[in-house]
Design a protein around this ligand. Structure first.
Ligand SMILES: Nc1ncnc2c1ncn2[C@@H]1O[C@H](COP(=O)(O)OP(=O)(O)OP(=O)(O)O)[C@@H](O)[C@H]1O
Ligand SMILES: [Mg+2]
Length: 247
């Protein structure tokens, strides 16, 4: 499937070309092609097991594609190891709580800055993270494992920001958050985007994700079945029925 809906912004930052991915015999991604323009928020929505997480893991090369190509800022990254991705300007906030439970909040953030040598830059980024998530500042000495689910989610997000990435991959950032925190997280995503970050957002909360997205793609069993502007998809009858819980 080729991508006829081009990004609304001129420069393509990320492009997937006919990407296939497998877990053993399970064909998880079946020829995925899509683009993310610099400065866009792109929402990837779809039901459980549709392949959203696999798509993000493929983009960050945690799981290199079996077939097809991932192009980031004009070059194929198929053979780039995942830990190199940060240096290229991509940060992945994974699904669930992937923080270090036995390290403090501050130490978790410092680890996120593993590619940065300059102490002042690290400290500056930590303070920026605290500005975005004041809750983390209050709890900077607390062990990661003792944070609430929502706080761990914030920590994972703040940790990804430590490297000042150009592209942020977010896997269900609202998962497990109370409605108030969900609002806050979405506000933060919009602010980061306004500050120049490009965002690829996977969300179960389709309505909110499409509400902030420039464009979106609907995934179903490893294929893109629908694409359009955030507005178009939000108002699409089939999307509303399937993913927004309307009958
Ligand atoms: N480690 C794995 N081993 C085997 N199969 C896997 C593995 N991870 C994912 N899969 C399968 O690949 C398919 C896509 O899974 P994926 O986690 O990408 O879906 P998802 O859209 O993120 O779902 P959810 O909304 O539940 O998070 C599913 O059929 C899933 O069972
Ligand atoms: Mg998932």
């Amino acid at each position: 499937m080729t991508d006829s809906v081009q990004s609304s912004k001129s420069e393509i930052m990320l492009e997937l070309k006919d990407v296939h991915s497998y877990y053993g015999k399970i064909h998880a991604l079946k020829g995925l092609s899509f683009t993310v323009g610099r400065g866009e928020i792109i929402a990837l929505i779809g039901g459980n097991g549709a392949g959203k997480t696999t798509t993000l893991r493929t983009v960050s090369m945690l799981k290199a594609p079996k077939l097809g190509e991932v192009i980031f800022k004009g070059r194929s990254i198929n053979n780039v190891p995942p830990h190199e991705m940060v240096k290229l300007g991509m940060a992945h906030v994974p699904e669930g709580r992937r923080i270090f439970p036995r390290l403090s909040v501050r130490e978790n953030l410092e680890i996120g800055a593993f590619t940065i040598k300059d102490r002042n830059t690290i400290e500056k980024r930590i303070q920026q993270g605290f500005e975005i998530f004041p809750r983390l500042k209050e709890r900077q000495s607390q062990l990661g494992g003792t944070l609430s689910g929502g706080e761990q989610q914030m920590l994972a997000f703040a940790r990804a920001l430590m490297v000042d990435p150009e592209l942020i991959l977010l896997d269900e950032p609202s998962m497990g958050l109370s409605p108030l925190f969900v609002e806050t997280i979405f506000d933060n995503i919009v602010s980061l985007n306004k500050a120049g970050k490009t965002i690829l957002l996977v969300e179960q909360n389709a309505l909110m994700a499409l509400g902030i997205a420039d464009r979106g793609y609907v995934l179903q069993t490893g294929e893109i079945v629908l694409k359009g502007s955030g507005e178009q998809l939000k108002n699409d009858e089939s999307v509303r029925k399937k993913y927004l819980g309307e009958d």
